[in-house]
Ligand binder design. Structure first.
Ligand SMILES: NC(=O)c1ccc[n+]([C@@H]2O[C@H](COP(=O)([O-])OP(=O)(O)OC[C@H]3O[C@@H](n4cnc5c(N)ncnc54)[C@H](O)[C@@H]3O)[C@@H](O)[C@H]2O)c1
Ligand SMILES: [Fe+2]
Length: 360
């Protein structure tokens, strides 16, 4: 049996932000990445929302902590909003989603993503960090009621953020495509998101703003896919390494993805091969198509100036070795392992970690 559902109403394209004014917001709690408070965009969006009363919370920092979510929850409980709008990347949206989860009363949740990557605007996930470990909180309450994808928020994206978040899209799509709960609907979403992001990321990275709206929707589609199909070992390791070393989430996925594909190809080679052919990598035999897929991702990673190893990302082999046991344990405990196509064992995590450490 297969099922698919997504309660989020998705409003996209130029001028999508105007829809906010038609949502009858009375008391608005506005969680904004500080970047958009500094450049004045948050204030413009608040004005467009036409709420009777607004409170802005902008203490967001990358990889939000449980403590930050608790501080925001307290402010939400005091303000008692009917609607919470989250403006920012995965960090702002995840922190805002946790506030809605812990508030203890119903609040309408609206997400406005400003990066094209996390897919958090349509998922049941919120990733919070506690004591150097990233914990996914998973509940349908966390899925926003409305997601507004407005192209104008993407004009100032710096190339390195496009590269990092772009590899988050690609890993969501690839992991969802081979995940244990994948089905016909998630396959279609994942395949299209992967092909679109893979084809357009180089142009977006080099400054072509016209393609960014398409990459933005691809990120949302990949989010819809993995929300139902699940993720896998790449994300489980990206979470444990992100908690330990605070590198951008998408950059860690970029480092890990080729090695995880190599490992999972033992059991999911035919599906990877199908995706490789859909993305025009060619390869009549499955093993050749998988090799082409890995080579294509490695090439793109280089083109987007992303590191190949943790060492190239600034983490020394000594630091990795010192925390390797903790990283392996956190990976095995991460719920993303449950939907990896191949059962995850400690030796596999050690081997991949060794493969991405780099030689000093
Ligand atoms: N909930 C989910 O389903 C899910 C899925 C994947 C990742 N995540 C989480 O999302 C987080 C990463 O999110 P992210 O990659 O979107 O980055 P982010 O939200 O951490 O933002 C990174 C940086 O980009 C800046 N920024 C954001 N939008 C910008 C814009 N339009 N122009 C210029 N600068 C901008 C921010 O100020 C910040 O400094 C991680 O914590 C990760 O674990 C969540
Ligand atoms: Fe991700």
């Amino acid at each position: 049996m297969e099922q698919f559902s997504c309660k989020t109403r998705i409003i996209s394209g130029d001028g999508a932000l105007r829809a906010l004014g038609e949502l009858n917001i009375r008391r608005l709690f506005f969680v904004a990445d500080p970047y958009f408070v500094k450049n004045g965009v948050a204030q413009q969006i608040v004005a467009a929302a036409k709420a009777e009363k607004t409170e802005i919370f902008s203490k967001i920092s990358p990889d939000p902590s449980v403590e930050l979510a608790a501080e925001g929850t307290k402010a939400v409980q005091e303000f008692k909003p009917d609607t919470l709008v989250a403006l920012g990347g995965g960090s702002a949206m995840d922190c805002a989603k946790a506030m809605v989860y812990f508030a203890g009363f119903p609040i309408r949740l609206i997400a406005i993503p400003t990066t094209s990557g996390s897919g958090s605007e349509v998922t049941d996930f919120s990733i919070l960090t506690h004591n150097g470990v990233k914990h996914p909180l998973i509940d349908t309450i966390l899925q926003p009621e409305v997601a507004i994808l407005d192209n104008s928020l993407l004009w100032e994206l710096p190339p390195s953020l496009i590269a990092d978040t772009g590899f988050d899209i690609l890993s969501h799509a690839l992991e969802a495509y081979v995940a244990k709960n994948a089905g016909a609907v998630t396959d279609a979403l994942a395949k299209d998101a992967f092909c679109c992001a893979f084809a357009l990321l180089p142009a977006s990275f080099s400054g072509n703003k016209a393609v960014r709206g398409k990459v933005h929707i691809a990120a949302t589609m990949a989010g819809m896919a993995f929300n139902q199909a699940g993720l896998g070992l790449c994300h489980a390791m990206a979470h444990s390494l992100g908690g330990a070393f605070h590198l951008p989430h998408g950059r860690l996925n970029a480092i890990l993805l080729p090695k995880v594909i190599q490992c999972n190809a033992l059991i999911a080679g035919d599906k990877y091969a199908r995706l490789a052919r859909a993305a025009d990598f060619g390869g009549a035999a499955d093993a050749v198509a998988v090799r082409n897929l890995i080579a294509g991702l490695t090439r793109l990673r280089k083109q987007l100036q992303l590191p190949e190893t943790l060492l190239q990302a600034g983490i020394s082999p000594r630091e990795v070795r010192a925390q390797s046991q903790q990283i392996v344990e956190a990976t095995l405990a991460d719920p993303c392992c449950k939907t990896n196509p191949l059962g995850v064992e400690g030796y596999m995590v050690h081997r991949i970690l060794d493969g991405v450490t780099g030689r000093g």
